[in-house]
Ligand binder design. Structure first.
Ligand SMILES: [Zn+2]
Length: 442
């Protein structure tokens, strides 16, 4: 090693000192203050809206929320005037598929997603989906599997975090798990080894291994399919093919809980839904037909319920076909389950199943479905804010407008407590302290 001269040492020491001084100066500069004037404020947890509030945002966090009549706006603060709007926390959709591009049979159905689109096209579509969600005020998504796009969701999440693309906070489930005979693509010649939309396992050892692989590669949640095909039997009952056994699910749940993560179970009804509950799943997805005993078990176990009503009202096949009968039976029992779940005060979270529904459609369509079945508007809003945050272990950080929370703030013209449909027209979106959208008030 070459010996350093005294001058070189002095120069290096000066550089170090300068770097330290500028570093300290940077750390001490407080982030700029932004104050949002809210005409009406729904904070995500309170029972009622409050008029004329001020939200103080510093950096990416909410510093305080105060009554406009008593609080002063400091000189130099940037003021965002939403005094003619209703301001809410950024919304949370707890069931999406950013990598799914519709399942319309006329456009080739589900299989087109995997057979005709390469990974770059799928990533571009996922990027579009993320932008669509954000511009509609959904600042957080629990994205419950990539439908054959591997760990793409984790990389999209990374691209959002590093600022490469705009998008919501993502909670990713990566590949999802089902069994042999339990997921698409199917119906092809048996000689062909077709790609699958989920990771297929048989036996508790493979089940645990799949969970470990997915957790290792960045899964925030694990998604499991507990039912697959469904049809109507001779008596007119909805029947769903069960997939994983209780033993297989227990291996997954045990592994995932050890990592302090949670398991979301797609389960329509019957044997598969019962296995999901007996295996200790954390959230039931869809839950089309839930018996009284199962409702009681969910209440006892604290199981979350993400009903995703919207997709079961669209694209019904003709009434006289087996598919048409199944489609109608699904919606009919779903309504009953949803109402029973409300009566039992189950923890219901808002989920759309976007991706199954084309991303060009509005996410907020689930709100009028929930309210139409008797859910009070404030309850529906909390299912997409504080209650979902609680499920995601983000209580007080997202889904609420309160000191310390991330500054995810949206606004709509009109009052969503009087007309829930106004949530389909979000005019202002702040995500993580940055304004993403600010359209003039109507
Ligand atoms: Zn889904």
């Amino acid at each position: 090693m070459r010996r350093l001269t005294f001058c070189t040492c002095l120069f290096l020491a000066s550089c170090l000192l300068l770097a330290m001084i500028s570093g300290t100066a940077q750390a001490q500069t407080p982030a700029a203050l932004t104050v949002i004037r809210a005409g009406s404020l729904i904070d995500g947890t309170s029972d009622a809206a409050r008029k004329n509030q001020l939200i103080f945002v510093r950096g990416n966090r909410i510093e305080k929320v105060a009554d406009a009549s008593s609080a002063q706006i400091p000189a130099g603060a940037t003021v965002i005037d939403l005094s003619s709007s209703t301001v809410l926390p950024g919304l949370i959709d707890s069931h999406t598929h950013i990598f799914l591009w519709g399942e319309d049979p006329a456009k080739g159905g589900y299989d087109e997603n995997i057979l005709k689109a390469g990974i770059a096209l799928r990533a571009a579509r996922a990027t579009f989906a993320c932008r669509r969600a954000l511009e509609q005020g959904f600042t957080t998504l629990r994205d419950v599997e990539t439908e054959g796009a591997g760990y793409g969701d984790v990389e999209i999440k990374q691209a959002i975090a590093e600022g490469t693309i705009p998008g919501p906070r993502l909670f990713c489930a990566t590949r999802a798990i089902s069994t042999t005979g339990g997921y698409n693509l199917e119906g092809y010649a048996p000689e062909l080894d077709m790609p699958r939309g989920a990771q297929l396992v048989d036996g508790p050892v493979e089940a645990r291994k799949a969970a470990r692989q997915q957790l290792e590669h960045g899964a925030d949640w694990i998604k499991v399919y507990m039912t697959h095909r469904s049809w109507v039997d001779k008596q007119g009952n909805l029947v769903s093919q069960p997939t994983l056994t209780v033993e297989e699910l227990k291996a997954i749940v045990d592994e995932v809980h050890g990592w302090q993560r949670k398991v979301a179970c797609h389960a329509y009804n019957g044997i598969g839904l019962q296995r999901a509950l007996d295996g200790g799943c954390d959230s039931i997805e869809h839950g089309l037909e839930i018996t009284d005993a199962q409702i009681a078990q969910m209440a006892r176990q604290g199981t979350w319920y993400c009903p995703t009503l919207s997709p079961y009202y669209d694209d019904w096949s003709a009434a006289d076909t087996p598919e048409g009968k199944r489609d109608r039976a699904r919606a009919a029992v779903h309504e009953i389950s949803f109402k029973k779940a409300m009566q039992a005060h189950l923890k219901i979270v808002f989920g759309t199943d976007m991706g199954g529904i084309p991303w060009t459609e509005p996410l907020a369509q689930e709100f009028p479905r929930m309210v139409g079945l008797g859910m009070p508007p404030m309850d529906a809003i909390q299912s997409a804010t504080s209650r979902a945050a609680d499920m995601l272990e983000m209580k007080g950080e997202i889904g609420v407008l309160a000191p310390g929370a991330y500054a995810d703030v949206i606004a709509v013209s009109g009052d969503p407590l009087k007309d829930i449909n106004v949530l389909a027209h979000v005019r202002f979106v702040m995500h993580d302290g940055s304004v993403f959208k600010n359209e003039p008030a109507k």
